[in-house]
Ligand binder design. Structure first.
Ligand SMILES: *[C@@H]1O[C@H](CO)[C@@H](O)[C@H](O)[C@H]1NC(C)=O
Ligand SMILES: *[C@@H]1O[C@H](CO)[C@@H](O)[C@H](O)[C@H]1NC(C)=O
Ligand SMILES: *[C@@H]1O[C@H](CO)[C@@H](O)[C@H](O)[C@H]1NC(C)=O
Ligand SMILES: *[C@@H]1O[C@H](CO)[C@@H](O)[C@H](O)[C@H]1NC(C)=O
Length: 473
């Protein structure tokens, strides 16, 4: 009897090894990233490659997948998307915000981001829609796109990506992103809820939505920009008052000339002039990086690094240099059709529908919450582009509409004994949190606070309201 068992085990053993040759747990070996140029050694696995969305059109989306740095089999799957519309989640999220590596100051290698979100979850970054970064279509009319087709393609992407990574099919799924991903992420969640409602077998195991400095309602978010300028001394009191008196932002539309009155347009132009060009609107505290200087330094193999408040404000230039290195593209299996333009953070080929930024996202957030899926809206408090002043009001109004009670009163949350920001929660499901000292790109200027916020979110925990250190951050 014992012998039989042994033989059977041997047989099972060799069968498993046959699968091993195909790839780890069936994952595609052709997508495995062995090592990126100038990359420090790490223990976790990285994959990158293409998922064909429409073979007839030749439309394909590029992804970069980073397993959790520890015990990936028992950690959730998190999607991260940057905004734009038309900007790269790989250039943004993966390589300057929450991924495991940042570019080196000379643009010729990578350094470890010790606060990477892959300490808490497996991370998936997608360049979406086709036309962004290394995602492309052989049919140029596909570049005329908008919110609906972007969400559809993302849904198809997931169904096909799960074929490459079958063990992630039933894994807890969290959808996250920032800025215009305030449209992408809720709309994808909406498409997933539709899919789940109609599917008789496979259902997405969607567990949460978190969006940072998200565009949710253009008219309110635009007004907030001018309130922010005013409250931060970036315009005069006269201008601030004139804007609030002369401008009816309820009628604001994305397309120029924005459907505002002449007096409002005039005073807004004046405000923008006073704010000036020498400020980083995405983080009004940070100094700016001067492109002409940094580009020369990179050519001369010098360090472009310029530190302001602990942040390398020239990182975006180092990143562009790194991602345009043909060796880097080869290691990532990117640019397989030799695209006729360089990699850039935001697409130059996309023709995105001008009406879609006007879409009000709050009804979609409402549906998500009504499906008992937690929604976190977080906000770097140094951002003037989609400032907390708009998001905070919109979330309160949403809570009111849902008849949600305040379940965590507005108050400070703590990280490493300091205030990480302020937070409130409604109906045990809807959270609004600021991140103190953070930019529009929250993890960029505050990586440690951002990781704490993210890891609380994926573990279904509230942010700590005392200075006592939490067990894991
Ligand atoms: C797109 O066109 C290239 C050749 O130009 C071809 O190799 C490829 O298979 C086509 N389709 C996709 C999805 O890339
Ligand atoms: C433009 O503004 C007017 C009021 O000034 C308003 O009646 C109209 O609906 C607005 N158009 C759009 C497209 O929002
Ligand atoms: C793709 O590769 C070609 C060279 O084959 C290069 O000229 C181009 O800049 C690359 N484009 C992107 C988007 O990486
Ligand atoms: C902190 O949170 C706990 C648990 O949610 C709550 O019981 C307590 O009242 C809160 N303390 C303060 C000071 O808000």
């Amino acid at each position: 009897m014992g012998r039989c068992w042994f033989l059977e085990l041997l047989f099972v053993g060799s069968y498993v090894c046959l699968l091993c040759n195909v790839g780890v747990e069936g994952y595609p070996t052709e997508d495995l990233v062995k090592r990126l140029p100038g990359q420090p050694k790490v223990e976790f696995k990285q994959y990158a490659g293409y998922v064909d969305i429409d073979v007839k059109h030749g439309r394909s989306l590029f992804y970069y997948f980073v397993e959790a740095d520890h015990d990936p089999d028992n950690k959730a799957l998190t999607l991260w998307l940057n905004g734009g519309p038309g900007c790269s989640s790989i250039g943004g999220g993966a390589f300057t915000e929450l991924g495991p590596f940042y570019p080196k100051g000379n643009g010729r290698g990578l350094r470890r981001n010790s606060m990477s979100w892959n300490r808490a979850s497996n991370l998936l970054f997608i360049e979406s829609p086709a036309g962004v970064g290394w995602s492309y279509s052989n049919t140029t009319s596909d570049y005329n796109t908008g919110d609906a087709s972007t969400a559809n393609d993302m849904l198809l992407f997931f169904l096909k990506w799960y074929e490459k990574f079958p063990s992630y099919r039933l894994r807890e799924l969290f959808l996250t992103g920032e800025s215009y991903a305030g449209h992408y992420i809720p709309q994808l969640a909406n498409a997933i809820l539709d899919y789940n409602a109609h599917s008789t077998d496979f259902k997405f195991n969607i567990k949460g939505v978190a969006i940072g400095n998200p565009l949710l309602k253009l008219d309110r978010d635009t007004q907030a920009t001018y309130e922010y300028f005013w409250s931060h001394g970036m315009v005069s009191d006269e201008i601030g008052i004139a804007i609030m008196n002369d401008c009816d932002f309820d009628d604001y539309v994305f397309e120029n000339p924005h459907n505002l009155s002449k007096s409002c347009n005039d005073v807004i132009s004046e405000a923008n002039e006073i704010v000036g060009e020498y400020i980083n609107n995405y983080d009004v505290i940070l100094d700016v990086c001067y492109p002409s200087i940094v580009e020369q330094e990179l050519r001369l193999k010098k360090m472009a690094t310029k530190i302001s408040v602990g942040v390398d404000v020239c990182m975006t230039y180092e990143r562009r240099f790194y991602l345009n290195n043909p060796e880097v593209q080869k290691a990532l299996h990117a640019n397989r059709t030799n695209l006729p333009y360089p990699w850039s953070m935001c697409s130059g080929v996309l023709n995105y529908n001008d009406n879609d930024p006007n879409i009000n996202i709050l009804p979609i957030l409402k549906r998500i919450v009504q499906n008992h899926i937690p929604v976190w809206v977080f906000s770097g408090d140094q951002d003037s582009v989609v400032p907390l002043l708009g998001s905070r009001t919109l979330i309160r109004e949403l809570a009111h509409e849902l008849k949600f009670k305040i379940t965590v009163p507005y108050g400070a949350w703590f990280h490493k004994g300091q205030v990480g920001g302020w937070v409130t929660e409604y109906g045990n499901l809807l959270t609004f949190a600021t991140v103190r000292g953070a930019a529009h790109m929250v993890p960029y200027a505050q990586p440690s606070r951002a990781l704490h916020l993210f890891s609380s979110f994926v573990h279904g925990r509230r942010l700590p309201n005392t200075t006592k250190p939490s067990i894991d951050e």
